[in-house]
Design a protein around this ligand. Structure first.
Ligand code: HEC
Length: 430
């Protein structure tokens, strides 16, 4: 039987890509991880330089416990299934490959570094592990670390141990994406046309926004402070010289949130490469039109609206095209997703995550088949809790009797501004 105190099995750092398990898979007494706030688990990793080894420290503590263990894994933030750098095995630190054997891991297999012989201390003394990590030698952008720790009772079993879990994104020390960013267009992410309201989603298309092959999506680790970052993977966006929170960056596309204070009228959009680097490089600006409200509906394909039967995962669509979907009928409450509905009662900043529902300041009118639905049928229009202020504004509508059937035109009106033309929803009269 394996002696786990000499190194736990792989894939127990809590990384979702590995299945999300931590040590609580076996050390269950006080599960889930982080359930006892008296304990702490922290890691220190400095911004990384290509090929330059650094010592990472991992500190675990708990006032009642006296034996300590950990497991750490390092991945490319742009693809968390891929290993980033290598850990150095020592008498204290064991490095195991996903495939099974100890390091060196072949063919870029992912690595799990852990304690080799779980140290015992005085009760409550805690322990700091140090492990050497050598980053990749090329500019791969941000690197994410997944960590689990065990503050154990020293009983030599998997009972009565307290498990902690943490993760963090570590940026490169020096951003150096090569080349010149060029914007070809900047448009609403929902409609790909039209004007843009503060806190709405903006998509920028062009070239040279990331190193070739790097695609970076904002991840839970970036949102620890409940704010969307102002730079992601060495790229930033400015609207009228104000930084815009960024959600996604690839070589040819960036998704960002229009800053809250953006005034109505012409606005300049710029992409800045290496914003914290030695040589920041700005694209030429492109001009977009900003407006206080500029509603846009999210669609599947440019015309068919994204709609759900509220409170379910059932999509409103043709079931022959989308499995499990159905048409919307009178009496249904449906949820639509939109951007650009303007300010909400809570006045959220573009970078913030909505923690509670908050309705739009201006009422939202839903036009179905060219006719406005009664105001009372719109039961909610506002931010979606848990989402960024701009990412998802949702609208709940109860469909009244007498609606037309078929691919029925759908439009939003807010404060005199209309959503894009040509959007439809599949409806039946009964
Ligand atoms: C597959 C089940 C399993 C998983 C997963 C597991 N352990 Fe264990 N662990 C055990 C067992 C069984 C023991 C007791 C036997 C031993 O000491 O080897 C143990 C013992 C330990 C001990 C000594 C406990 C004490 O009180 O003396 C430490 C420390 C430890 N594990 C750390 C970890 C860490 C850290 C993780 C997660 C990264 C982890 N283990 C994941 C099964 C597991």
């Amino acid at each position: 039987m394996a002696a786990f105190s000499t190194g736990p099995p792989q894939q127990r750092t809590g990384a979702a890509v590995d299945g999300g398990l931590t040590c609580t898979a076996c050390h269950r007494t006080f599960a889930p991880a982080n359930s006892d706030p008296r304990g702490t688990l922290t890691m220190k990793v400095a911004p990384w330089r290509p090929g330059v080894t650094q010592s990472i420290t991992i500190t675990i503590n708990h006032p009642d416990q006296k034996r300590w263990g950990y497991q750490l894994s390092s991945r490319l933030a742009s693809n968390v299934s891929k290993q980033a750098g290598t850990f150095t095995p020592t008498p204290d630190n064991r490095v195991r490959c996903l495939a099974g054997p100890d390091a060196p891991c072949i063919g870029g297999d992912v690595e799990f570094v852990s304690h080799r012989s779980a140290p015992v201390t005085a009760v409550g003394a805690g322990y700091t592990f140090s492990v050497d990590w050598t980053p990749p030698t090329t500019a791969v952008g941000d690197i994410v670390f997944y960590l689990a720790g065990n503050a154990a009772d020293g009983g030599g079993t998997n009972a009565n141990d307290r498990i902690y879990n943490a993760s963090m994104v570590v940026p490169p020390a020096v951003c150096n994406i090569p080349g010149i960013p060029t914007i070809t267009s900047a448009v609403s992410s929902a409609s790909f046309t039209g004007s843009l309201a503060p806190n709405s989603l903006l998509s920028i298309f062009g070239t040279g926004f990331q190193s070739t092959g790097v695609t970076r999506q904002v991840m839970a680790e970036d949102l620890a402070a409940k704010l969307v970052p102002q730079a992601l993977s060495c790229v930033a966006v400015e609207v009228n010289r104000v930084r815009a929170p960024i959600l996604y960056a690839s070589a040819t596309q960036i998704n960002a949130v229009v800053p809250t204070g953006t005034a109505a009228g012409a606005a300049d959009v710029r992409v800045i490469l290496n914003p914290t680097g030695i040589i920041p490089f700005s694209s030429s600006p492109v001009t977009v039109q900003a407006a206080a409200t500029a509603p846009t509906l999210f669609t599947l394909d440019g015309s068919k609206v994204i709609a759900q039967i509220s409170g379910t995962s059932t999509l409103v669509a043709d079931s022959t095209a989308v499995k499990g979907a159905r048409a919307a009928k009178p009496g249904d409450s449906i949820t639509l997703y939109a951007s650009g509905l303007g300010d909400t009662a809570a006045h959220l900043d573009a970078a913030s995550l909505a923690t509670a529902a908050s309705a739009t300041v201006n009422p939202v009118t839903v036009m179905l088949g060219g006719k406005a639905l009664p105001p009372a049928s719109v039961t909610y229009a506002g931010v979606t809790p848990g989402m960024t202020a701009g990412l998802y504004q949702k609208i709940n509508v109860t469909l009244p009797a007498g609606i037309p059937a078929g691919d029925t035109s759908l439009k939003l009106m807010v404060n005199g501004a209309a959503s894009q033309e040509g959007v439809t929803i599949l409806t039946v009269a009964q």
